[in-house]
Write a protein that binds this ligand. Sequence first.
Ligand SMILES: Nc1ncnc2c1ncn2[C@@H]1O[C@H](COP(=O)(O)OP(=O)(O)OP(=O)(O)O)[C@@H](O)[C@H]1O
Ligand SMILES: [Mg+2]
Length: 473
Amino acid sequence: MGIRTKLVLGVAFVHLLLMTIFVFDLVQRQREFLLAELSNRTLHHAQVLAVASSAWVLADDLVGMEEVLESGVRGGGVQYAMIVDPQGRVLAHTKREITGRFLIDRESRNALSGRQEPHVYFETEKSLYAAAPILVAGRLIGWSMLAVDKSATSEHLSYVTRTGLAYTMVAIGIGTLFALLLSRSILRQLRFLLRGVDNLHSNILDRPVQVVAEDEVGRVASAFNRALASLRSSLELLNREVIERKRAEEALRRLSRRQVGAIEEERKRIARDLHDELGQALSGMQFCLKSMQGEAERSNSSLEAPCQKLSSEVERMGVSIHRIANNLRPATLDHLGLLPAIEALIAEQLPAMGGKLSVKTDASGFRRRLPPDTEMIAYRIVQEGLNNVIKHSGASHVHLQLTVNHPNLIIAIHDDGMGIDGHRDGTVEGTFEHGIGLIGMQERAAAVGGKVDVKSRRRGGTTLRAELPYAEI
Ligand SMILES: Nc1ncnc2c1ncn2[C@@H]1O[C@H](COP(=O)(O)OP(=O)(O)OP(=O)(O)O)[C@@H](O)[C@H]1O
Ligand SMILES: [Mg+2]
């Protein structure tokens, strides 16, 4: 139920209650007053009849008594009047046929035997009955008795009741109107306030509530506006801080990306130098040693054996340099792409495990080459992830999943090894005391806006999951 309905019903009810009590009380008092006045009037009337008829009663003059009664019943709502002797015989009556009869009803008999003074001896819904003694020198010679109609009193009372009810209706109407006006002024401010709350809910903070009242609700609206203003300024401050922080993060990411790029460039340069310069020099040495060995063989010199040893040493050095250069920057990654480079990496690393570790690789979504940065970071993550499995896990099986799902490349490496020592089950967070492999992975991923999570369960294996966002090329 709304405030307006409550207020209107409440005011109407209070008015109805108060006016009903008031009208009831008024009618009661009015009834008492009118009855008292009627009985006074009737007694006076009876007494006047008694005095006026006393001489005719003494003289036993029926005509005189009837004349007195005739003049007595005119006006005043008298229904009938009579003169009776002390024994209850009707000496004269306004209805002549009753003259000479005896009063036998209980009330009239009681009135005649009662106190010798004017009194009301009986009362019904419609009539009031009074009697006054006819006294001559203190001796009772008869009674004047009359009945008066009460209907005028009842009519007056019902008129008062009707008027009271009309006033009650008017009071309820005025009260309702007042309640409507009052609720309108309260609700107007409340409506503005509710609109303000709705705006706040929809994140509209630049529309203060219109303050149209100076009462408590108006003060609440002003307080709401003040809270809104401070919320707005705090949000602006927060937004500025967020923007600054984002800028700083972006700058950091750019720096980190440049660093990662610079490191890769440097590795590439060293790999190239190793391959081009040392490799060339070793090839030259190899050539010289081969011709020296041929010369020694022909001249049957004792230098043949050392030359052969040196030559195979140099050949081994060449293979090592090739491997180191390839490790620094795998040529397959640049020329053939991520998947072939990873296959080559696995093929190269597995023999070192003596066949104890099996690797299953699943790749999906690779339709074209990914950006070089992404490929290089992905390669390094897989390289370090596999290294860790080999070094720390004691696993017998590794599952490597590579999924391209634009805009992310997702790498998952799951092993069935012993789990990361010293960590509780679940996601592994924080720094790692013993190495920089995982930290390096996280930094590389962060440089392109990605992330690396490691989940580990004691004796339940480790899962490394990297998400690298990339831009389509
Ligand atoms: N797959 C794994 N299974 C079990 N433990 C692991 C695994 N991967 C990492 N760890 C644990 O996490 C630690 C941190 O790994 P991280 O690669 O950062 O360092 P590291 O391999 O010890 O050294 P670095 O990588 O610098 O040569 C490891 O020392 C190892 O205890
Ligand atoms: Mg490591």
